[in-house]
Design a protein around this ligand. Structure first.
Ligand code: ADP
Length: 327
């Protein structure tokens, strides 16, 4: 483990990695990276690398674990053995069980479980590389994987932590800040600002706690924008199809308009007498005129001859009569 740095914030107010105190680490999101999962996401946040996969909703077995009126949600947070400097012990630990539980609860306000009685929605968050803030990074990735799986949700969940180093509050702790800082306060938030996860390690005064919540909320809002952008990018392909269809439609309309202009020129509409124009208009729009005798006869003839092809009771009866006759 690296030694404790002498100072975490320099005279210009910048942190060891050059960030301002209220700045989050760069985050990149890739959606739909696993073909076997119903939804998936690969997220990098600073040096954290997280893979999230969602399966379901699907029928839960064994049946005794089912809830008859809603789906159950399971969340498994796991650190790969190679994700940390010293090998992480494989399998569940007290820490990973706790993180899995609080992370699952963080999604409770948004997943519409009532739509899927007796079903299960499984969320897996695999930490491939850890560098502080993995539970919040995993929640951000899981949120996107759930959206990718098409799970009905009231919105997204965004998460980040605030800590305290050199007596100052800092947003989104780096590894050293996490290891040697005086406090670590991870939170998760719904799009509406409802806090669905709040943990605290270390000590903060009441004032600091209030300020930390504000900073973390602001961090979550920034992350929400990154998540939304990633989703837009992923589903942009559908928008592109719609856009290209709209372009084709515009071109057709333009062509038709040109044709109309040409017809106008051929007929020299501008030279037509007012009377002619009025006649054309009446023929097109006036339907109140009584149908003349000849037209009426044509219509009667058609309905009699073609009655078996006409939809409606008459045609249907004729078809039926024909069928009986054949038998
Ligand atoms: P979070 O990753 O959510 O901040 P912690 O505060 O418990 O959770 O952990 C801080 C960091 O300590 C982790 O991101 C990881 O880099 C490191 N860490 C956690 N568990 C282990 C472990 N078993 N072995 C080595 N490093 C670990």
């Amino acid at each position: 483990m690296a030694n404790k740095p002498e100072k975490f914030i320099d005279e210009n107010g910048l942190r060891l990695d050059g960030r301002a105190v209220d700045e989050i680490r760069p985050m990149t999101i890739e959606i739909g990276v696993l073909s076997r999962a119903d939804g998936s996401c690969y997220l990098e946040w600073g040096k954290n690398k997280i893979l999230a996969a969602v399966y379901g909703p699907r029928e839960l077995h064994p049946r005794r674990m089912q809830k008859p009126d809603e789906a159950i949600v399971r969340y498994r947070y796991n650190m790969a053995a190679f994700s940390v400097e010293d090998r992480a012990r494989p399998g569940p630990s007290r820490r990973s069980i706790e993180i899995s539980k609080v992370s699952r609860d963080a999604f409770a306000p948004i997943i519409m479980t009532k739509y899927y009685p007796s079903a299960v929605i499984d969320i897996f968050a695999e930490v491939l590389q850890a560098d502080a803030g993995t539970r919040t990074a995993a929640i951000n990735a899981a949120s996107i994987a759930l959206a990718d799986a098409g799970i009905p949700m009231k919105g997204l969940i965004s998460a980040c932590a605030v800590g305290k180093v050199d007596g100052q509050l800092v947003l989104d702790l780096s590894k050293d800040e996490d290891n040697y800082g005086n406090a670590d306060l991870p939170i998760a938030m719904t799009q509406d600002g409802e806090i669905s996860l709040l943990q605290m390690d270390g000590n903060l005064t009441k004032e600091e706690f209030k300020k930390a919540l504000e900073m973390a909320s602001e961090g979550c809002r920034q992350i929400l924008e990154i998540q939304k952008e990633a989703l837009k990018r992923k589903f942009a392909s559908h928008e592109e199809v719609v856009e290209s269809l709209a372009e084709v439609a515009d071109e057709i309309i333009e062509d038709v308009q040109k044709e109309i202009e040409l017809i106008d020129e051929d007929f020299e509409v501008s030279e037509l007498e007012d009377e002619d124009v009025i006649e054309i208009t009446i023929a097109k729009t006036d339907t109140s005129e009584p149908v003349d005798k000849a037209q009426e006869e044509d219509f009667t003839e058609f309905t009699e001859d073609e009655s078996s092809n006409v939809d409606g009771p008459e045609g249907y009866e004729a078809d039926k009569a024909g069928e009986r006759h054949e038998q």
